[in-house]
Ligand binder design. Sequence first.
Ligand SMILES: [Fe+2]
Ligand SMILES: [Fe+2]
Length: 221
Amino acid sequence: MDLKLAQVKQDKRIKTFIWQTDKYLDALGYTDHGGRHINIVAERARSLAKKIGLNQQDQELAAIAGYCHDMGNFLGRDQHHYWAALLFSQCYLRDYEPLAVSTVAQAIVSHDKYDLKIVNKVTAVLILADKSDVHRSRVREKNRRRLKEDIHDRVNYSVISNDLLVRLAKKEIILKLKVDTKITDPLEYFEIFIDRMSFCRLAAEYLGYQFVLMINNFKLS
Ligand SMILES: [Fe+2]
Ligand SMILES: [Fe+2]
């Protein structure tokens, strides 16, 4: 039997890791890495995988990786990608196809790895789905009053709309953002997101696409 996202979402162990992570990162003052973020990343990964023509199983694996990729944060922020992959493997390696489980685990580990080397499409899709999620709804309600103090909250809050588009004919993956420049200067965006954007560029290139960033209709590629 193949592992499906719907089943992973009902798994009490996964629910607990996600709940613990949200509680931990809330205490540290981080932006949302819980239900909102992981559902967006899972759906974005599935939709991107489908648009670029990955098969049904890889679409499902990309969605599962999207849902589980941040659940290791409660064991430590710095290595959270490794923790999440290990937790995922512990839950499913015994009863499911090792190739599928290890593909998800590898994608999860790679989503935040500095010595990144992408060797499969599920990994590349997860990176694009995760690193493109910047939006004002990621800023926790209680932190919206202190935007001046925190650059991550400020930059996320400045993003009013966010679309990840695929132009098959031009072989482009486009992250289209609308940014309220009264809240942040676009330069601040680059200050904190330069790493994320280079992850996206590498991932798009691996898939055979060019990554394009559009901020307020200004195209950067
Ligand atoms: Fe992460
Ligand atoms: Fe994430």
